[in-house]
Design a protein around this ligand. Structure first.
Ligand code: LMR
Length: 405
């Protein structure tokens, strides 16, 4: 019955891991997916998470269904982690939301809510979501599948390998009023380029003038600076400025809970009534999609955030992950300089978070894979989290080779 089904391509990010796994070269390096590795190149389970797991196991908890919206305690802790005490107090509980299947699920639920209920004056057809150019490769299909119209706003300048703030402001000014604008809260994926606080303020002002709705994707809180609060500054500034924010949070990276699928969607509202209405609709959207979210990962996050000792340990582990990546950025750049590479590699250290948007072309990425078994996404994004003391020189040699011919 499905004989005419056309075969589709592998995912542009997750497909890289499949190709890497099939490669017999012992020197192979996977810099595709944004997943943290330790300096031996191994996946990491944080000590705080291990201890939380141990404490939870001692309690022999049941494994009953969570409510459709997930754990209420988790939701409160997740929103607090993003916004901090001040905003939490000021909002006085006016957050709708639900536990999601990580950041992807949060974005998808946001898209579903927006496509069904976003209040736009004179709305005709699908609501418009503007993504930065470029954005995470999965954003476009997420929002398109959710029933939104997707377009881009200017963000990255490939010549300077940094933010083009003038072009960015200009495209936000010229977008239709009351568009939804997706913003990466920190550690922009794939470019590693974040606005500074003055630039965030300018973006916020334009968005207020245009009545744009900010949809923050915060998948990497902690990875820009190592500090959870510093990395939340953009979101908190927008809250201060009076925006009503839609926020997608992932706990995959900063808790190392990739396969556990822990995330949160929250929506600031104007009233208790609006909160309840949105909550009711989020449940109606989630129930036929996946019924209710998984319980194991969320318990770990709750335990860490509820216990001061574990929270402190987790924050310090988060810092170490960020700093190991920062040190690999310096070493990669340094080694390219020592090799006498003629290109400027300052952007490797100027960009933030898990990714370096290298500027390597698709052909250079192909050569890296074919000759050196170094795997990146086709857009030249390097997951710096996969760079280690052992492979950094090999990577620099390989990049030097493909950029010197
Ligand atoms: C990435 O961009 O590599 C991560 O967000 C993982 C994913 O799901 O794409």
């Amino acid at each position: 019955r499905f004989a005419a089904t056309p075969r589709g391509p592998e995912d542009a990010i997750l497909g890289i891991t499949l190709a890497y796994n099939a490669d017999p070269n012992p020197n192979k390096v996977n810099l595709g997916v944004g997943a943290y590795r330790d300096d031996a190149g191994l996946p990491v389970v944080l000590e705080a998470v291990r201890q939380a797991e141990h404490r939870i196991l001692q309690r022999s908890l049941d494994m009953e269904y969570l409510p459709v919206a997930g754990s209420h305690t988790f939701l409160q802790r997740a929103i607090w982690l993003a916004y901090g005490d001040d905003v939490m107090q000021r909002m006085n509980g006016r957050f709708a939301g639900l536990q999601t299947l990580s950041g992807t699920g949060a974005c998808r639920m946001a898209g579903e809510l927006i496509s069904r209920f976003l209040d736009i004056p004179h709305r005709t057809g699908k609501p418009l979501i503007l993504l930065p150019d470029p954005s995470w490769l999965n954003h476009r299909p997420i929002f398109t599948d959710a029933g939104c119209k997707v377009a881009s706003y200017s963000y990255y300048n490939p010549l300077t390998k940094s933010l083009d703030i003038d072009a960015c402001l200009h495209s936000l000014e010229n977008a239709p009023n009351a568009s939804v604008v997706l913003l990466h809260a920190c550690a922009h994926n794939p470019t590693g380029v974040d606005p500074n606080m003055d630039q965030w303020a300018a973006i916020s002002n334009v968005m207020l003038e245009k009545s744009h709705l900010p949809l923050f994707d915060m998948a990497y809180q902690g990875f820009t600076s190592g500090d959870m609060d510093v990395d939340a500054a953009s979101v908190r500034l927008f809250a201060e400025d009076g925006h009503k924010i839609v926020l997608a949070q992932s706990f995959s990276k900063n808790f190392g809970l990739y396969g556990q699928r822990v995330g949160c969607l929250s929506v600031m509202t104007d009233s208790e009534q609006e909160t309840q209405a949105i909550n009711s609709q989020l449940k109606i959207i989630a129930r036929p999609m996946y019924s209710n979210p998984p319980i194991a990962g969320v318990r770990l996050v709750e335990e860490v955030l509820n216990c001061d000792d574990l929270q402190q340990l987790w924050r310090s582990e988060m810092k170490s992950m960020a700093h190991r990546i920062i040190s690999m950025r310096s070493r990669l750049r340094q080694h390219l300089i020592e090799l006498g590479n003629k290109h400027n590699w300052d952007h490797i250290v100027n960009q933030h978070g898990m990714f370096c948007f290298s500027g390597l072309s698709k052909e250079q990425v192909d050569t890296l894979r074919e000759r050196f078994s170094v795997y990146l996404t086709a857009n030249g994004r390097i997951s710096m989290a996969g760079v280690t003391s052992d492979n950094v020189d090999y990577l620099a040699d390989a990049i030097h080779h493909v950029t010197s011919s």
